[in-house]
Design a protein around this ligand. Structure first.
Ligand code: PLP
Length: 383
């Protein structure tokens, strides 16, 4: 039957994370720092509102774009939090996670052969989604020497007449890197000169640990008109299983995305939308409590890496550290395979996020401090 499978899908490589965790799932006594999702349960008041929505018999489709109360709340959030004004009726779309947002943003803009600059290391779905949309993914590698911050020069080097878009993700998965105001300013200055759409995945916007809160590239002069901002509830509110996200952007692009969304999704799950509404209305103190907890774990892990002699830059976003394992004389895949086999510790090889991730491993601190302690003990034994 494989002759029926489309060539595009055949050509997609399997996810480097899945491949690895399928092996780990077969083993006993495995400790993991591998998964990129909060270990917290969604705060009770959010779950309660969702349950209540069912009791109230809200079991039907909502409008394609999402419930208007939720879009109003998203619009308010984007304004309060990032100073960005989006019309809830034409510039906000509620999606099935940020994942759907990434997919429809790419499909809405790509013509066959268009190039999309993908800043790497990056979330595993970017390159496959570009390919599935008929585009050509062009890697823009970032370096540990620059704390994995992409520079305007890195992007400039890869721009060609075929470049349609650039995908940014800060705070970053897998490195935990963030961009400073000055970095964004220079990138915005470059992009203002080009007809290029920015797809800015800001799913980790609430999880930063420096002095300044996250700034969206859409808030820089000339960027609002060309930026699609993708965000969602999974990470900030510990709502991964609810499958709820949103996209905001210029109306023409939103209209194109809404067209795809209405045919393939209809609307995001109604029960999840009620949960999301409560999350935005009353959940920010929960976000802050979880952020503080992640920050404590981040500092602990960084400190332990330092004591073990493992080189790691101080990541200030998301819930990942991306230490170098170069000094141990192995590539990422071999390091992770041996670490799993010899110490039953699962971490993700940096290569799962792009070739420039070789020599690094992704360690998530979205785990309890006890799990992290046990994991680091095993890592110490291994090295
Ligand atoms: N974008 C990034 C950078 C991610 O790390 C993830 C999940 O790990 C997603 C998007 C997908 O998020 P969602 O659960 O909202 O689909």
């Amino acid at each position: 039957m494989s002759s029926f499978v489309s060539q595009t899908i055949k050509d997609l490589p399997p996810s480097g994370i899945r491949k690895f965790f399928d092996v780990a799932a077969e083993m006993e006594d495995v400790v993991s720092l591998g998964v990129g999702e909060p270990d917290f349960v969604t705060p009770w008041h959010i779950r309660e509102e969702a349950i209540f929505s069912l009791e109230q018999r809200h079991t039907m489709y909502t409008s394609n774009a999402g419930m208007s109360e939720l879009r109003d709340e998203i619009s308010r959030y984007m304004s309060d939090r990032f100073g960005l004004q989006y019309n809830p009726n034409s510039q906000v779309l509620v999606t099935v996670g940020a994942s759907e947002g990434i997919d429809i943003a790419l499909r809405a803009i790509i013509n066959p052969g268009d190039e999309v600059l993908v800043v790497e290391p990056c979330f595993v779905s970017y390159n496959p989604c570009v390919l599935m949309a008929g585009g050509v993914a062009v890697s823009v590698p970032t370096k540990a020497e620059n704390d994995f911050r992409v520079t305007a020069d890195d992007i400039r080097d890869k721009i060609t007449p075929k470049t349609k878009a650039v995908m940014l993700c800060y705070p970053n998965n897998p490195t935990g890197a963030i961009l400073e105001h000055d970095d964004l300013d220079k990138i915005a200055a470059l992009l203002r000169e080009h007809e290029i759409v920015v797809i800015s995945d800001e799913i980790y916007a609430e999880l930063t640990y420096g002095d300044d809160p996250h700034t969206s590239i859409a808030s820089f002069a000339g960027m609002y008109e060309k930026t699609i901002v993708i965000n969602g509830f999974s990470k900030a509110f510990a709502m991964t299983g609810w499958r709820l996200g949103f996209v905001c952007g210029p109306s023409e692009l939103m209209e194109a995305m809404a067209k795809i969304h209405q045919y393939i999704i209809m609307c995001a799950p109604t029960i999840a939308q009620y949960g999301g509404l409560e999350a935005l209305k009353n959940g920010m103190p929960d976000v802050e409590a979880m952020r503080k907890e992640y920050d404590g774990r981040r500092r602990y892990m960084l400190d332990e890496f330092c004591k073990m002699g493992i080189d790691c830059f101080e990541a200030r976003g998301a819930f990942y550290l991306f230490p170098s394992i170069k000094k141990f004389g192995m590539g990422s895949e071999e390091f992770c395979r041996r670490l799993l086999n010899e110490q039953r510790l699962a971490v993700v090889p940096g290569t799962a996020f792009g070739a420039c991730g070789d020599g690094y491993i992704r360690c998530s601190y979205a785990y309890s401090i006890d799990s992290i302690k046990e994991a680091l003990l095993r890592l110490r034994k291994f090295i």
